[in-house]
Design a protein around this ligand. Structure first.
Ligand SMILES: [Zn+2]
Length: 280
């Protein structure tokens, strides 16, 4: 990286158009892109688990959204930003022109989508998390893993048997990087490491228990990577997270504001959740 744009040198090994291994045993990946998220729903995480769609809408999400204040929305967006940065996200959009596959939320609310068929037909499919009340985890790292698995399993409905070759790791990585950039209509500047593109990347520690040993970097990123392995995030040549510390924002303070705002909002909205555990 050179300033705010990409500049390659010969100590780097390019493994994929969005992935570089460096001599100092780090993996550097083009920043992941979330193409569908509801930033204002972050304070609603956990308020709509294990309920049917009508309850989800009528008794949880609509009361939540109609009782939000501007400040709630601001705090929710800040919290959402923190979570997205930790999971290696730099960009998101809600552009409906291309397909945004949100596998975790789809499994909860909608069911399967013919993603393999769309990719076979050269349709641009990217990845999204959707909102916290339908996803909870809000990590594209997790969505990569889930997207790969559910689309292998879905083949049972199409062909009578699972297909472990459906949506291989390379396709998933493309969906989380370059296809996300295409969905934003921004692929001339981001989505892959290419000389002259913006200096956008995430730095991954591949030496933790969850990733070693690595025999194939691309499949390790899709099947083993966890949000916790992401060490630093660079946006347009500027570090927005360094050594897992988000720069320029007081993360602890925002988390505490979000807890307070969420409790007050649920009370105002009259949303009551069942108690599944006894507290003493
Ligand atoms: Zn949505």
């Amino acid at each position: 990286m050179n300033g705010a744009t990409v500049d390659m040198n010969n100590s780097q090994l390019i493994l994929h158009n969005a992935l570089i291994a460096t001599m100092d045993t780090e993996l550097r990946l083009a920043r992941l892109i979330n193409t569908h998220v509801h930033t204002s729903q972050q304070l609603a995480r956990g308020i709509a688990d294990d309920v049917d769609l009508l309850t989800w809408l009528h008794h949880r999400i609509w009361p939540y959204e109609s009782n939000m204040t501007e400040e709630d929305s601001y705090i929710s967006t800040l919290l959402c930003g923190i979570e997205l940065i930790h999971s290696g996200i730099g960009y998101l959009c809600r552009c409906g022109v291309k397909v945004s596959h949100c596998p975790a939320a789809a499994m909860r609310m909608l069911g399967f989508a013919p993603i393999r068929e769309m990719l076979d037909a050269n349709i641009c499919v990217s990845l999204g998390t959707d909102g916290a009340p339908s996803n909870n985890r809000m990590s594209i790292v997790d969505e990569m893993y889930v997207a790969s698995l559910i689309n292998k399993g879905r083949e049972v409905y199409a062909n009578g048997t699972t297909n472990p070759t459906a949506l291989p790791a390379q396709s998933i990585l493309n969906m989380a990087t370059l296809n996300g950039a295409k969905a934003l209509l921004w692929d001339n500047d981001i989505g892959s490491f290419q000389v002259g593109k913006k200096a956008d990347m995430i730095v991954i520690n591949p030496s933790s228990w969850s990733m070693v040993p690595i025999h194939d970097c691309i499949s390790s990123l899709v099947y083993c990577l966890r949000t916790e392995n992401i060490v630093s995030v660079m946006c347009n040549g500027r570090w927005i997270m360094k050594n897992q510390k988000i720069m320029n924002v007081d993360e602890v303070e925002i988390i505490s504001m979000a807890k307070r705002a969420s409790a007050q909002l649920l009370k105002r909205a009259g949303i009551q959740l069942p108690q599944r555990m006894n507290f003493v």
